[in-house]
Design a protein around this ligand. Structure first.
Ligand SMILES: [Zn+2]
Length: 451
């Protein structure tokens, strides 16, 4: 029994010798087994731990070999530094994107593609405790390349397999994170900054024009009022003479035109200007646009699928082709152009009337939320009574049960009818300890969501 405990613990827990030793001693004491000498026990623990590690390395390496006989060789080859570069392919792949530029985004998408090409998701590793694999991956990510290269087999293959498997998901997360940051910093806010700046620079011009228009309006109203009071006829020539004392006729109509141009016609035109500027930022998006259409990264996000569908069609509408043959409204999906984008997409003054501004159309896509949940908070109401005991009693809520329910929400699960007796039921009462364990329906819903 003791041997079963030690071997089991060493296999499922990726823990150090000291921790494993303490757990083992604790187990012996709890089961009232006479403790052997410390040295004997320490040696025993260390042996079992080493065996568990060897078993892990052999199992992972074998799974890689079984999936594809060429895979271990390809993985080891990742450590070679290609001609003319400073880093090995492994170094490049394990490094997350650090800059927020269109080119960095292109690199991030390329990284997703290169890592996915190894197809490590197909490896059958279900029998290995997930935490063991992540500890192995962390070791591989944190170890310097030369040391990693000297690792003996099958440990070397096992580490590289764990690292690349870990990076498969990580690279997608990194690409999506960068995408969000890029949208927020490079696209939206630079566009906003540039329109704000542009508006500020026109302010003196606008003030001068407004003063002329206001003085002319004042003279005009006074003249009309005095004519009305005297009951006389309108003398057009006299009216003009009075107005021209304010400013020459051409200056006056020029001022009126400036006010019309610079003052928003409606509350939304600042937004329209913003979107016009946003469309100019198309150049930031351009480097990675064609890759974006191919990447599995966006498929991982709910909103991403919609962006993907539109983005796939964009490279076909390249700048050169648009120059020869303007893009027409019937060629785009107008349902995907939000109303507040209409001005920028359909009414660019610099393009022939009735044509679509391709760059603005492309940018509408990046305005869509890709919808990756980044984090969630769970709060427990301090005004309620909570039970943390293993057997809950009285007018208390079972903390563990409700925590499991709330974690269900964090994983994206919605409520189901209470009558189904699932953790995600829409009502809960005191001491609902059954919620501590996922019920069949909960498990099926989780599988369905993350398969
Ligand atoms: Zn709930």
């Amino acid at each position: 029994m003791f041997r079963a405990f030690l071997h089991g613990r060493a296999w499922t827990h990726a823990e150090g010798s000291v921790t494993l030793f303490n757990h083992t001693a604790g187990w012996l004491r709890r089961h009232r087994v006479l403790l052997p000498g410390v040295n004997v026990l320490a040696r025993h623990v260390s042996e079992v731990r080493t065996n568990a590690e060897k078993r892990l390395h052999a199992t992972v390496a074998k799974a890689a070999l079984r999936a594809d006989p060429a895979l271990p060789v390809d993985l080891v080859a990742l450590q070679k530094t290609p001609e003319g570069t400073r880093y090995s392919e492994l170094e490049r792949m394990r490094r997350p994107p650090t800059r927020t530029t269109g080119t960095a985004m292109k690199g991030a998408l390329q990284r997703v593609e290169d890592i996915a090409a190894f197809g490590l998701g197909r490896l059958k590793l279900e029998q290995i405790p997930p935490n063991r694999l992540s500890v192995l991956a962390r070791y591989g990510l944190g170890t310097k390349a030369p040391k990693l290269e000297r690792t003996a087999e099958p440990k070397g293959t096992a580490i590289l397999t764990a690292v690349m498997r870990h990076l498969e998901a990580k690279a997608i997360d990194d690409a999506l994170d960068l995408f969000e940051i890029l949208m927020a910093t490079r696209l939206i806010s630079t566009a906003k900054r540039s329109t704000d700046k542009q508006r500020l620079s026109t302010l003196p011009q606008l003030e001068k024009a407004s003063r002329i228009v206001a003085r002319a309006a004042k003279v005009f109203i006074e003249k009309l009022e005095s004519i009305e009071a005297a009951g006389g006829e309108v003398d057009v020539a006299a009216l003009w003479r009075a107005l021209e004392e304010v400013a020459p006729r051409s200056v006056m109509s020029g001022a009126a035109a400036i006010v019309v141009t610079l003052v928003p016609q409606d509350g939304d035109s600042a937004q329209t200007a913003l979107r016009g500027a946003l469309a100019l930022r198309y150049n930031t998006v351009k480097p990675f646009l064609s890759l974006l259409g191919e990447t599995p990264a966006l498929e991982a996000a709910t909103g991403g699928v919609r962006i993907l569908a539109g983005v796939k069609k964009l490279p076909a509408l390249s700048r050169g082709k648009v120059g020869e043959k303007p893009l027409l409204p019937r060629e785009i999906d107008d349902k995907l152009v939000p109303p507040h984008w209409h001005q920028a997409v359909y009414a660019n003054a610099e393009q022939p009337q009735g044509t679509v501004d391709r760059d603005a159309y492309a940018c509408t896509w990046f305005n869509l939320k890709i919808g990756v949940q980044q984090e969630s908070d769970i709060m427990f109401n301090k005004n309620k009574l909570w039970s943390t005991a293993s057997t809950c009693s009285g007018s208390r809520y079972d903390l563990r049960g409700l925590a499991v329910h709330e974690f269900g929400h964090a994983f994206g699960l919605n409520h189901v009818a209470e009558s189904t007796d699932q953790v995600m039921g829409d009502k809960s009462g005191y001491c609902d300890t059954y919620m501590r364990k996922l019920q069949r329906g909960d498990t099926l819903e989780m599988i369905n969501r993350y398969k």
